[in-house]
Design a protein around this ligand. Structure first.
Ligand code: SF4
Length: 323
């Protein structure tokens, strides 16, 4: 298989000082042994509630955060073992788009400059071609190139996200982490941005890790889906399989919360008990056991291991133990 990205047993722990234990160190396990692969030119959707570790995964893959364990192999190279120089050379190839386009755009620069700046820095095209290159990228992202001398505040939220996408695309990346890129936008604009990302993917053979708390958003763009709960990937597989038959009780609850287009369609909403436990003090055994209506004795004691139920559909739940 042509995997552009292989993530193996990735861990990211943050130290916290515990005053109870006389200042000895304790850890928040924000990402606690997560593994997955992404095929070139495809999209993996990463879903879960806020605080489940999905954003930390995105940033640790890009080495914007140091890892605490595991490996990130990008195009055959271990990203966290690269020298500073090699990492700098790789940077344009691995990019990120954020949720809030406004705060990531400098208010004092016209958008043509914003897009051109990084292109110049990374010497993507010769100087004399810079302007026409920026124009072309803007047009590809649905922006009019004669607006290159306007400032970010003169654009709407959706257009600002297009500017961020253009700035990223201008670096000629292979892989882009899209971190909740449409969550701040109106629903009608969300679809436009998702369609733009899909078109660009096809045209430029891009690979995405698309992070969202919203399953209905990832449905339209993902080929595979990973579901996160408290730093653990509880279910992973082909989008079609997961949408047809979600297996993990947490995934089922997420699905039951998606509004159905047909109000007469039968659906039993699963209401999760309680709130997400503190990641600093997660439940023993299966981290979901405090909220799971299927909880068994074993769930409180033993951490469920990943089980492949077929076609690479992986579930971490004692209900699906192959033993
Ligand atoms: Fe529920 Fe047990 Fe499965 Fe965890 S392992 S999701 S508690 S049934």
């Amino acid at each position: 298989e042509d995997y552009i990205l292989e993530v193996r047993d990735l861990k990211k722990y943050y130290p916290i000082k515990s005053s109870v234990l006389g200042g000895s160190k304790n850890y928040v396990k924000a990402v606690d042994g997560v593994s997955f692969n992404i095929k070139r030119g495809t999209t993996m959707g990463l879903v879960g509630e806020s605080g489940c570790g999905k954003t930390t995964i995105g940033r640790t893959i890009l080495k914007l955060h140091e890892k605490s364990g595991g490996e990130v192999i990008f195009n055959g190279q271990d990203v966290h073992k690269l020298s500073k120089k090699a990492l700098r050379a790789l940077r344009p190839k691995m990019q990120i788009i954020f949720q809030d386009p406004y705060s990531s755009l400098s208010p004092r620069l016209p958008v043509g400059e914003i897009i051109g700046e990084a292109v110049r820095q990374h010497k993507i095209v010769p100087k004399e071609e810079l302007n026409s290159y920026v124009d072309k990228i803007m047009e590809s992202c649905g922006l009019q190139s004669f607006h290159a001398d306007r400032y970010p505040h003169e654009f709407s939220g959706g257009q600002r996200q297009r500017i961020c996408i253009a700035r990223t695309l201008a670096l000629n990346p292979d892989f882009v982490v899209c971190d909740e890129p449409v969550s701040a936008l109106d629903v009608s604009i969300q679809a436009q941005i998702i369609n733009l990302l899909k078109d660009l993917q096809k045209e430029y053979n891009l690979t995405y890790l698309f992070i969202s708390h919203d399953l209905s958003v990832v449905e339209h763009i993902s080929d595979t889906i990973g579901v996160m709960y408290l730093g653990t990937m509880v279910e992973y597989g082909d989008k079609v399989d997961i949408f047809k038959e979600p297996l993990h009780p947490y995934t089922k609850a997420l699905f039951s919360a998606i509004p159905m287009p047909d109000p007469h369609a039968k659906k039993n909403r699963i209401i999760l008990q309680g709130s997400i436990p503190s990641p600093a003090n997660p439940p023993s055994g299966c981290k979901f056991h405090t909220r799971c209506s299927h909880c068994m004795d074993i769930c409180k004691k033993e951490v469920p291991q990943p089980n492949d139920v077929g076609n690479g559909h992986i579930v971490r739940c004692h209900l699906y133990n192959s033993k």
